[in-house]
Design a protein around this ligand. Structure first.
Ligand SMILES: Nc1ncnc2c1ncn2[C@@H]1O[C@H](COP(=O)(O)OP(=O)(O)OP(=O)(O)O)[C@@H](O)[C@H]1O
Length: 296
């Protein structure tokens, strides 16, 4: 089981939505982490053969996915960012409808639909109309429909958008469970979605994979320390202009800041453990004043 991206580029005019991506993946969970516009959706749409690369190749077990055609789509499960779910169908009828599009025989479809609804915790709601479900439930049905053909590659585009904290945890556990014998590629801009569940995290920025590794490897790659310090309130803007700043909390004697800096940013600064959130801030964050349009 190997998926390879070889120098894959997708250009829209002057914009390189995906820019010379080369990478190979096997089974497990891959977390594609990047800010809005990084190129995540474009990459996933190519992987699902919805759009062609401008140049480069995507290979599944050595063969070009675009030349594999239907046999490739048969091993693919896709949950797009906004999936159309037919509001008036019941959950079960919706699953059966998707199963028929995927070409599953009714007897197989029935068994699989019920098993998957069980797995995603939606079996009891199977008779409910899709339009009556919460955002989290709709996402769970979305994953179940993507799994109907027991895909080798499961592509989930921002699957946690709009989920509450409990649903997020539940969802992460589900992804981990589903990844046992397949490749799961999941895109998000939320660090905690991939921090513990992904075997490999891919930081994507401006169309490029600029760092790939485990959460610990990414943290170790940072040439930066993380500090907590308390500064007078009037100093806050200066600090935010000078340093990449994480959490800011008002305390009795000023404001407590989480700051990225090679050296202690204040006399009272205490070095704290670096997290993947800090890495995200380092690679994707901006200091106040980095952009002209930021008002301070
Ligand atoms: N069909 C298109 N035509 C023109 N430009 C596009 C098209 N699709 C994407 N882009 C541009 O390509 C870049 C990457 O977009 P993409 O949607 O892949 O990013 P993303 O990381 O998925 O962002 P988001 O999290 O907001 O969905 C953006 O600059 C976007 O404007």
């Amino acid at each position: 089981m190997e998926l390879q991206f070889k120098n894959v580029t997708k250009a829209y005019g002057d914009v390189h939505a995906v820019d010379h991506v080369t990478h190979s993946m096997e089974k497990g969970v891959y977390g594609l982490l990047g800010v809005n516009g990084a190129g995540k959706t474009t990459l996933m749409r190519m992987l699902c053969t919805a759009i062609n690369p401008t140049s480069g190749e995507i290979l599944w077990n050595g063969k070009d996915i675009f030349s594999l055609g239907a046999s490739y789509r048969g091993i693919l499960g896709y949950l797009p960012q906004n999936y159309g779910f037919y509001p008036d169908l019941s959950v079960y009828d919706y699953m059966m409808y998707i199963a028929s599009i995927k070409g599953l025989r009714p007897i197989v479809a029935k068994k699989r639909a019920l098993k998957l609804l069980e797995q995603v915790g939606m079996a009891e709601k199977r008779k409910k109309k899709m339009r009556t479900l919460s955002g989290g439930m709709i996402r769970r049905v979305g994953i179940a429909q993507a799994m109907l053909n027991d895909p080798r590659i499961l592509v989930l585009d921002e699957p946690t958008a709009g989920l509450d904290p409990n649903e997020r945890i539940r969802f992460r556990n589900l992804v981990s469970e589903l990844s046992e014998d397949r490749l799961v590629l999941l895109s998000t801009h939320i660090v905690s979605d991939v921090e513990y569940v992904a075997n490999e995290i891919i930081l994507m920025k401006e169309g490029k994979f600029f760092y790939t590794g485990t959460s610990d490897e990414i943290i170790l790659s940072m040439d930066m320390s993380v500090w907590n310090c308390t500064v007078p309130k009037r100093e806050l803007n200066n600090y935010m202009k000078k340093y990449l700043t994480g959490n800011v909390r008002t305390v009795a004697d000023g404001v407590e800041l989480r700051v990225l800096s090679k050296t202690p940013p204040a006399r009272n600064a205490v070095q704290v453990e670096t997290t993947l959130e800090d890495a995200f801030l380092l690679y994707f964050g901006e200091k106040a004043g980095d952009k002209d349009d930021v008002q301070i």
